[in-house]
Design a protein around this ligand. Structure first.
Ligand code: GLN
Length: 195
């Protein structure tokens, strides 16, 4: 059975686990680097990226997470998880995991629009999904090997590069599992090449 881990240091962890289980897969909360060996794919959840980044250091996750990505195992970053995955952040020298060639603007939609919902067309999904944005980042620049999967008001809000999937919104907060299933498909593809 496919097992998806959710990095369990901070943020919207349980919501992802529930959604993973709702499609009949096994979800585990990853609190120790050793647990990365038990999973087929990893979700970096939404929450607060600066807090999560500190906890990644504190719990010795930085190198194991980079190794997980170097092994081409699929990773899905949602919202703060997308911030963590990015190569660059607008107006900051910090980079976190550096695993996808995007430049991310944190809190990109401004204070007036702290949180909102939008109907989004996603490349690879037939009908629009309702996307929940909460103090959401957006992708300011995407490298040439990055596939843009969705835009909202001209801003890139979902993308994929090889085994890394990111989105600025929170797919785990709705009952619609189609975005998660894009990630599950990446895991299935990985398993095919790994055998
Ligand atoms: N603005 C937050 C950050 O940069 C992300 C918000 C979220 O994950 N909902 O960490």
């Amino acid at each position: 059975m496919t097992t998806i881990g959710v990095l369990g240091l901070q943020g919207a962890v349980e919501e992802h686990i529930k959604q993973i289980e709702s499609i009949g897969l096994h979800g585990i909360v990853v609190k120790k680097p050793e647990q990365l060996e038990q999973i087929d794919g990893l979700i970096l959840p939404g929450g607060e990226s600066t807090a999560m980044r500190k906890l990644i250091d504190q719990y010795g996750f930085l190198e194991p997470l980079k190794q997980f990505s170097d092994n081409k195992k699929p990773i899905f970053g949602t919202c703060a998880g997308m911030v963590l995955a990015a190569n660059k952040l607008v107006g900051s020298e910090d980079s976190h995991l550096n695993i996808i060639d995007i430049t991310v603007k944190r809190n990109g939609f401004g204070r007036q629009r702290d949180s909102f919902e939008a109907e989004l067309d996603i490349y690879g999904i037939e009908k629009p999904i309702t996307a929940v944005f909460i103090r959401a980042p957006y992708i300011d620049k995407a490298g040439e090997n990055v596939e843009v999967l969705a835009k909202f008001e001209e801003k890139i809000v979902a993308a994929k590069q090889d085994h890394i999937l990111v989105c600025a919104f929170h797919p785990e907060l709705t009952a619609d599992t189609r975005f998660l299933k894009l990630f599950v498909q990446m895991i299935e593809d990985y398993k095919q090449i790994a055998v």
